[in-house]
Design a binder for this molecule. Sequence first.
Ligand code: HEM
Length: 463
Amino acid sequence: MKLPAGPKLSSLLQTLRIIADPTGFLEACAAQYGDTFTLRVLGINSPPVVFFSDPDAIQAIFTTLADQFEFGKVTHVFRPLTGDLSLIMQDGARHQKQRQLLMPALHGESLYRCGNLICRITQTQTANWSTDALVPVQDAMLDISLEVILQVVFGLQPGERLLRLKSLLHTLLERVNSPLYSVQFFLPPLQQDLGKNSPWGGFLRLRQQIDQLLYAEIAERRHLITREPTQTERTDILSMLLTARDAAGEPLSDQELRDQLMTLLLLGHETTASGLTWALYWLHQNPETLTKLRAELDELSHQPEPMQVAQQPYLNAVCKEALRVYPIALISQPRKVKQTVSLAGYEFEPGAILIPCIYLAHRRSPTYPEATRFHPERFLTSKLSQYEYLPFGGGSRSCIGAALAMFEMKLILATLLNRFEFRLQQPSGQMARPARRGITFVPPGRFQLRVTQLRSTAPVAVG
Ligand code: HEM
């Protein structure tokens, strides 16, 4: 099989480079070899890993050739967290069936009804920010987005259970993100319960406490729905899932509900917080874009509806551009070739791994002139296809939370800008390189903003 060209470095060196500096290494390869190149990053004698950033090739992978691939088991490291019944652990027809069941809860009318709650959460979480306060942006965005997941997705009402779950999940997610602790998810032999003070033993006990609270919530809500059907009018996603039925009319079991909730938490919390952190980072690095966005938001009526806020074109462009320059996920899920396929002028034999590269697709100069520049206007003037702009991936495993994530980012950003003025704590103008945090990429260092003014503008949300 004649493969696209790629670095001549040994497999070990390629692997080390992609781990140490993924964006730098990918850029260097694209500069030398173009839109399609082959890496050897899975060890000697392992299958070739081919990266694609040309929109036609990405389109073919997501659509016409989709049946010729299978998905690897990359998400299986999450199994101890999400459980066996999670959407991301399923393949084929079962996976599609689960997506159809989850999708309505995360789109359209049911989603837009959560708008006021998202704005209210942002206000409550930032109520004690005063003039001169120093805001550690990533941590602050993580707090807000965790609260959104717990109230909007899980439907927890403020109270003891919410507080307890938040604290336990906080500990869990911090541990999962710490490099030392996270190693055990990749190395099953380390997954040994050697008591509550051992890393895996600690994880299992933490998970058990979280599960107890989740199952208690599920049981209570099932009971409420049977006793008071009007409860089904609640706007949270768990309520929708409790009443969802598959094609055979079957509801989701308690374990299925628990596993889907943990999946939405794991994939929807850090990602959205990182997107928001980037948006705030770029806006404060580029004062003219910030001024333009503020002007657009200030034009809105006294207490606009969340939907009206979300429809503002410049706000939309800012959020999209923040997810373009440094996409939170650098790649779409790798595909393993099942039967020989022809693509981009090459033949790929069974076993080859093909990767649509989101990061490089977002950096192609034919599509994005001055690609490294934060320039939201590009989304006002040109219409880009879903194979040129793909922060949420694509094909059968594209992000099911994309609509929620965009809606949430816009409302949180607008609420923050309406309530506060900030100044960059770091010198502006420094070009950022993203830092890895768990499965996402965030602004480097501990990016901070200082509150310079509390604004008198009415908050975006209505009560
Ligand atoms: C800015 C925020 C977000 C970004 C950038 C993002 C990005 C992504 C990407 C790139 C994928 C993989 C797609 C592929 O392989 O082609 C994905 C999958 C997924 N995302 Fe998101 N996501 C975000 C927010 C969310 C939210 C808020 C939720 C839910 C509450 C969510 C739930 C999921 C799920 C369940 C999957 C797996 C889908 C499947 O396997 O069928 N994401 N996301």
